[in-house]
Design a protein around this ligand. Structure first.
Ligand SMILES: [Zn+2]
Length: 141
């Protein structure tokens, strides 16, 4: 549990719980996440960590989105196209990713729909120019 794993009291009963980084996570993945978060700054970025196969390497797929400094809405057409591609390629979504350019690496109630994509979630938070990364899990109920 890190300082980034603080959950505000108002979010009790919330699906996200602090989690360790998943076994496939590498320094290279971390760099990929940081690059994407910085590239979209000051807007939020969203994406999915996708493995080409059950054991294949995991890459970040950034989604086109309408984003603000405090929210994002993935482009519905891009999401649908990606969903079809995942089925066609038999690819696997390992985790979600998004940033909070002016906040903690801590989920909000607006992040709940991400649980439909994966159990693991990486959030990048930026406070005073310093990025932090925290893993969260939404266990199946
Ligand atoms: Zn969020």
């Amino acid at each position: 549990m890190t300082p980034e794993h603080r959950v505000p009291a108002g979010l009790r009963g919330f699906r996200f719980v602090p989690a360790p980084s998943p076994p496939w996570w590498t320094v290279q993945c971390q760099r990929e996440a940081e690059r994407a978060a910085r590239a979209s700054f000051p807007l939020e970025v969203c994406g999915l960590w996708i493995a080409a196969s059950a054991t294949g390497p995991v890459r970040l797929n950034v989604l086109p989105a309408q984003a603000s400094p405090v929210s994002f809405q993935a482009d519905p057409q891009a999401v649908i196209q990606l969903a079809y591609r995942l089925v066609d390629d038999k690819a696997v979504v390992r985790a979600t990713f998004h940033s909070h350019p002016f906040g903690f690496a801590c989920p909000s109630r607006f992040d709940e729909p991400l649980a439909d994509w994966a159990e693991d979630h990486l959030i990048a938070g930026c406070r005073a120019g310093a990025w932090t990364f925290a893993w969260w899990r939404t266990p199946h109920r």
